[in-house]
Ligand binder design. Structure first.
Ligand SMILES: Cc1ncc(COP(=O)(O)O)c(C=O)c1O
Length: 388
């Protein structure tokens, strides 16, 4: 059957030049970004400071809504920031960790930057409880749920784990957190754009991520969803003039908070990155997450079967329902194999305890997966002959 999503290939210049299997790290750049960047320069050059009023001031909220639409978030509930770490800081600043409820629960399979941030919050009273993986692929759900108790304030966890692509049971985690009065900060960096996310069905408190991977939006745009009822009352201490009800009054004294999404922003927005993010978001919305997920499940299964046939270790779930868009494959000398794949313009990456990560997206051909696996096989044979 013809793969109708392949018609989008012509919108991504790098696909003509490489075997691009690294959308879990950096999605391919849409052709439309050239025009978006030129548009940005033209507006700055011709409209100057008037650009703020005419376009730029509202851009952060507009892009937030475009991201929000992909996760069934109400308009106005998603603010934009530079990255996920900043989003954690905004959320953390809404809470007080000096009381009895000061526990922060997550697993050691979180993205390290998120863990580094929370480790550092111990200086402000946060008490970190880290649940350890047993198999390097999954997080033991029961142990994580048990750790979430009446003293827990926040549960910052990944929806899909960056190392193994395991999909955590976000619903179970959120339900347990709510039962004991805690709140969940779900990192959807590795899910939104390839795995369905519905913030309303999940009834999640906070969602954060970035657009540069599966959303093909480039570096510099992180997003933060805050559940609308929380958004009305929370008061981030990490704040600034963009969050003020009347920013241009330049009032002295404490912030009078505006409504979300600006309530959760702080200083001047990252306009060039916001402009660059839009073409990718538009394409993802047009293709639709359902079609992307369907293809992703088929292609990751194909990769997994080929790797398994060759006896390589699979560091991702075998069950498609539990696996996101990446397959982590470990073999001897995986780091060197990765380097040699890159030399052949087969773009993948290597991560310790994961191996070579291959991440097809809606624009990849099945043949590209076969090419990558055949190349790994050939590289391994050559290394073996060289006695490496
Ligand atoms: C799950 C996850 N969270 C966060 C990040 C990155 O965090 P930040 O946006 O702060 O650089 C990544 C990867 O870059 C990731 O895979």
């Amino acid at each position: 059957m013809a793969d109708e999503l392949l018609r989008y290939r012509s919108e991504f210049p790098i696909l003509d030049r490489t075997t691009y299997l690294i959308s879990n790290s950096l999605g391919a750049m849409p052709q439309g970004v050239y025009e978006a960047m030129k548009g940005y320069a033209d507006i700055w050059a011709t409209r100057g400071v008037r650009a703020w009023e005419e376009r730029w001031w509202m851009l952060a909220a507009q892009v937030g809504d475009e991201i929000g639409a992909l996760m069934n978030a109400a308009p106005g509930s998603v603010s934009t920031h530079q990255n996920v770490t900043t989003c954690q800081a905004v959320v953390a600043s809404c809470f007080d960790f000096s009381g009895k409820r000061n526990k922060v629960v997550y697993s050691d399979m979180n993205f390290p930057s998120v863990m580094y941030f929370w480790e550092a919050q111990q200086a402000c009273g946060a008490r970190v409880h880290m649940v350890k993986t047993e198999d390097g692929i999954t997080v033991p759900l029961e142990r994580l749920l048990d750790a979430i108790d009446e003293q827990t304030m926040l549960v910052p966890v990944s929806h899909v784990l960056f190392r193994s692509s395991y999909i955590q049971d976000a619903k179970a985690i959120i339900e347990k957190a709510h039962k004991v009065g805690a709140q969940v900060v779900l990192d959807t960096f590795q899910s939104l754009g390839t795995v369905p996310v519905d913030v309303q069905t999940l009834n999640v408190d906070f969602v954060c991520g970035g657009v540069l991977k599966w959303l093909c939006g480039g570096p510099g745009v992180g997003y933060l969803y805050v559940r609308p009822d929380l958004g009305k009352t929370l008061q981030p201490k990490f704040t600034g003039w963009f969050a003020h009800q009347n920013a241009f009054a330049f009032e002295v004294g404490p912030t009078r908070y505006s409504e979300p999404p600006f309530r959760f922003m702080n200083g001047t927005s990252h306009i060039p990155s916001l402009e660059a993010a839009r073409p990718g978001l538009k394409i993802i919305a047009e293709v639709g997450i359902e079609r992307i997920r369907e293809k992703s499940q088929r292609q990751t299964s194909r990769l997994l079967a080929m790797a398994e046939q060759r006896g390589w270790r699979i560091n991702s779930p075998r069950d498609t329902k539990l696996r996101g868009g990446t397959v982590s494959i470990d073999m001897s000398e995986a780091e060197q194999v990765c380097r040699e794949l890159l030399e052949r313009d087969i773009l993948v990456d290597y991560r310790p305890k994961a191996g070579v990560r291959m991440a097809p997206h809606f624009y990849n051909k099945d043949e590209e997966l076969d090419t990558a696996i055949a190349a790994v096989e050939e590289i391994l044979k050559t290394l073996c002959r060289r006695g490496v």
